[in-house]
Design a protein around this ligand. Structure first.
Ligand SMILES: Cc1ncc(COP(=O)(O)O)c(C=O)c1O
Length: 339
């Protein structure tokens, strides 16, 4: 099978497994796992922040960050398609008492002035706005990359209004590789970031919240409250350290493979937008096939595609799909679209 459903389907490489087997461990709830401590320090330094906290999932890392920035009863502004309000099962409201208000789904195409116009001042009647969250790269926005200049403008708006800025950076590594922006440049713009080790980087599990030392001390308590205090997880942090050292630069290969898929599918009029990173979003509104039919036809020929909606689908490249896999996917998908 050529599995293009998501970059979360990767399996650890033999080298990553060796790093896991050799990891020094301790009890991380006591702060005594040396491999976790090293990973946290290394990732914090990459983003130019004081501290970081290892979390089991990107969803938990996002929710910890949101609870740090938005008190119960106050509001978060984000994109209607953001992962934090689409795929985290209402956690911000359920666990954080956070009210979310969204701007119309725009992917990476942010309009800072439109966001500025949504900000509510404190007041007796109003829900006070406390934070803005953006997603880099944007998952449902087809892997789009928000330009650095736009993020800087958003930072200025947040500063003027006294708001915090969170980045769901599950795939910020991809933005860094696609736009050549140093991770520290992203880091300096956000009060909190969540970054994932288990998407394109290929670790089996793990994310980090990145922020100031004061916030990360509070984040440790929130993580424990959410049931995310873990023990000898150096074995997992070792996979993450390996991934950060060895699997960031190679994302350019995944981006080139996604571009190849997009180029082959463009003549069929099924691309939902430009392909910047490792996600190829498909819009099948003008196609004879809907998304479930496409996925079924592709599966029967050994290619797995993700169905996002009745007429939207997605292909995602990652290190478990090589050039041969991409060639096979192109052969199968172009044959299906040709009918
Ligand atoms: C943009 C984004 N944020 C957060 C997550 C959550 O990650 P997890 O599945 O580890 O909870 C994902 C997962 O795919 C994602 O795409």
């Amino acid at each position: 099978m050529v599995d293009l459903r998501s970059d979360t389907v990767t399996r650890p490489t033999p080298e990553m497994r060796a790093a896991m087997a050799e990891a020094e461990v301790g009890d991380d709830v006591y702060g005594e796992d040396p491999t976790v401590n090293a990973l946290e320090a290394e990732v914090a330094a990459l983003f130019g922040h004081e501290a970081a906290l290892f979390a089991p999932t990107g969803s938990m890392a996002n929710q910890i960050a949101l609870q740090l920035l938005v008190p119960p009863g106050a509001e978060l502004l984000c994109d209607a398609d953001a992962h934090v309000v689409t795929y985290e099962v209402g956690a911000a409201a359920a666990y954080g008492g956070i009210s979310s208000r969204t701007w119309p789904a725009a992917g990476a195409d942010l309009d800072p002035e439109r966001i500025a116009a949504m900000i509510r001042p404190d007041g007796y009647h109003a829900v006070p706005t406390r934070a803005i969250a953006v997603e880099q790269t944007h998952n449902r926005g087809g892997g789009g990359v928000i330009p650095l200049a736009t993020l800087r403008e958003l930072r200025r708006i947040a500063d003027d209004a006294g708001l915090a800025l969170h980045c769901d950076g599950a795939r910020i590594w991809h933005a860094h590789v696609a736009d050549g922006v140093p991770l520290a440049h992203y880091g300096e713009l956000f009060d909190t970031l969540s970054v994932c080790l288990s998407k394109g980087l290929g670790a089996p599990v793990g994310s980090l919240v990145v922020s100031s030392a004061e916030r990360i001390a509070r984040a440790r308590i929130i993580r424990k409250r959410l049931g995310g205090g873990m023990r000898q997880v150096g074995v997992l942090a070792a996979a993450g350290r390996y991934a950060v050292r060895h699997h960031v630069d190679r994302l350019a290969v995944d981006h080139a493979r996604a571009a190849r898929l997009a180029e082959a599918l463009a003549p069929f009029g099924v691309l939902a937008g430009p392909v910047r990173t490792n996600i190829v979003p498909l819009d099948l509104t003008k196609s004879a096939l809907d998304a479930p039919a496409l996925a079924a036809a592709a599966r029967s020929r050994g290619v797995l595609v993700s169905v996002l909606g009745p007429r939207t689908a997605r292909l995602v490249t990652h290190y478990d799909v090589d050039d041969g896999g991409v060639a096979r996917a192109i052969e199968v998908l172009t044959a299906i679209f040709r009918g």
